[in-house]
Design a protein around this ligand. Structure first.
Ligand SMILES: Nc1ncnc2c1ncn2[C@@H]1O[C@H](COP(=O)(O)OP(=O)(O)O)[C@@H](O)[C@H]1O
Ligand SMILES: O=C(O)C1=C[C@@H](OP(=O)(O)O)[C@@H](O)[C@H](O)C1
Length: 311
C-alpha cells in the first residue's frame, strides 16, 4: 500500500519526508486533541505576531516549492498574494481556524487544496485564510491567467478571445498548479466543467464551497459584475439580474461541483451554529468547516485505501 501511495504522490525534493510520514488518523482524533489546547495558545500568538523569519521562509519556499520549470516560473512571477491581515485578525476573534489547520496539516502530506464553487462563493476570501493558517502559498487561477496574458483582465479575455479560449488558459494554469505542493488554489467558478481540470485538481484535495444562490446574488450585486463577464448585463436591478444568471449557470453545472472531494455547505454550518442566515457566517467559520470536511474526507480515503487483508 505504501508503494502505491508513494507512486501517486511524488514529493518534490524540498519536502522534508519525515514530516510527511503517513500517520494513522486515529492519532489525529485522540492524541492530538489531548495536546491541542496547550499548543494552540503559543501557535495563535506566533501567527498573529509579524514574523519576518516566517515571511522569508515562505518566500524562499515559494521560489523552490515546485517540481518543474513551468511552476518555478509561475512562482517567481510573484503570483503569491499578500494576505489580508484584517481578515486574519477577525479570524482570531472567532474560533481560531489555526487550531483546525494544525490538526489536519500533518495528514495532508503536503497535498494542495483546490477550492471550487460558483462565482462569488468565497473561494478567494476563504482560500487566502486557509493558506495563511496552513502556511501554504495561495494562488488565484484567474489572476494566473491574467498574468499569463500580460495583464489582460478576465473580462477582456472573454470579450476579445471568447470563453473557449479562456477555458484553455484555465486548463493550462491548473496543469501547472497540479505539479505543486502545499498550495491553496482558488479556481474560477467554471473550472469544474472540463473533465481534464478534475484530473489536475484530483492531484490535491478539492473542496466545494456550496453557497445558496440568493446569498451569491447579494454578494455579486454588492461588488458589481465588472470582473465576472458571465454575469454582466446592462438591464435590470443588480440582484435580480445576478440571481437569474446564476440560476441558469447553476442548472448547467451544479452537478459538476459534486465531483469535489469535500463539500462545505454554508446552510449546514448556519444550522449547526444556530444562525438564521448564511450571511452571518464569517470566512473563519467557513474555513474551519472546510478543514473539518477535509478531515472527514481523509478518514474516508484511508478506509478505502487499506485492503481488508492488511487490517
Ligand atoms: N463569508 C462571507 N460573507 C460575506 N461576504 C463574503 C464572504 N466571503 C466572501 N464574501 C464576499 O463576496 C465577494 C466574492 O468573494 P470571493 O472570495 O471573491 O469569491 P470567489 O473567489 O468564489 O469568486 C467578495 O466581495 C467577498 O468579500
Ligand atoms: O463561473 C465562471 O464560469 C467564471 C468564474 C470567474 O471566477 P470566480 O468564480 O472567481 O468569480 C472567472 O473564472 C470567469 O469570469 C468565469
Amino acid at each position: 500500500m505504501e508503494a502505491a501511495i508513494a507512486q501517486r504522490v511524488q514529493y518534490p525534493s524540498w519536502v522534508d519526508c519525515r514530516k510527511l510520514e503517513r500517520k494513522p488518523l486515529n492519532s489525529l482524533r485522540y492524541a492530538q486533541r489531548a495536546k491541542e489546547e496547550k499548543r494552540f495558545r503559543g501557535l495563535a500568538l506566533a501567527h498573529l505576531l509579524p514574523d519576518k523569519r516566517n515571511e522569508r521562509a515562505r518566500s524562499v519556499s515559494s521560489e523552490v516549492s515546485c517540481s518543474d520549470k513551468n511552476s518555478s516560473a509561475l512562482l517567481q512571477a510573484g503570483s503569491v498574494h499578500s494576505f489580508d491581515e484584517d481578515l486574519i485578525l477577525k479570524a482570531s476573534n472567532n474560533e481560531y481556524p489555526f487550531r483546525k489547520a494544525e490538526e489536519v496539516k500533518p495528514y495532508l502530506h503536503g497535498r494542495s487544496m483546490y477550492l471550487v464553487g460558483m462565482m462569488g462563493s468565497g473561494k478567494t476570501t476563504v482560500g487566502k485564510l486557509m493558506s495563511k493558517v496552513l502556511g501554504y502559498s495561495f494562488f488565484d487561477c484567474d489572476t494566473l491567467i491574467e498574468q499569463a496574458m500580460n495583464g489582460t483582465s478576465v473580462a477582456e479575455i472573454f470579450e476579445h478571445h471568447g470563453e473557449s479560449f479562456f477555458r484553455g488558459k484555465e486548463t493550462d494554469a491548473l496543469k501547472k498548479l497540479s505539479s505543486m505542493y502545499q498550495v491553496v488554489v482558488s479556481t474560477g467558478g467554471g473550472a469544474v466543467i472540463r473533465p481534464i481540470n478534475w484530473k489536475y485538481m484530483h492531484k490535491g484535495i478539492s473542496i466545494w464551497l456550496d453557497v445558496p444562490l440568493e446569498a451569491l446574488a447579494h454578494r455579486i450585486a454588492a461588488v458589481g459584475t465588472d470582473s465576472r463577464p458571465l454575469l454582466h448585463d446592462e438591464s435590470g436591478d443588480a440582484y435580480t439580474v445576478a440571481f437569474k444568471r446564476l440560476s441558469t449557470i447553476w442548472d448547467e453545472r451544479g452537478e459538476a461541483y459534486t465531483n469535489a472531494n469535500a463539500r462545505v455547505s454554508l446552510e449546514n454550518i448556519a444550522v449547526k451554529r444556530g444562525y438564521k442566515d448564511v450571511s452571518d457566517l464569517t470566512p473563519a467559520e467557513i474555513a474551519i468547516e472546510a478543514f473539518e470536511q477535509v478531515q472527514s474526507y481523509l478518514e474516508k480515503e484511508e478506509t478505502m485505501e487499506i485492503p481488508d487483508g492488511d487490517l
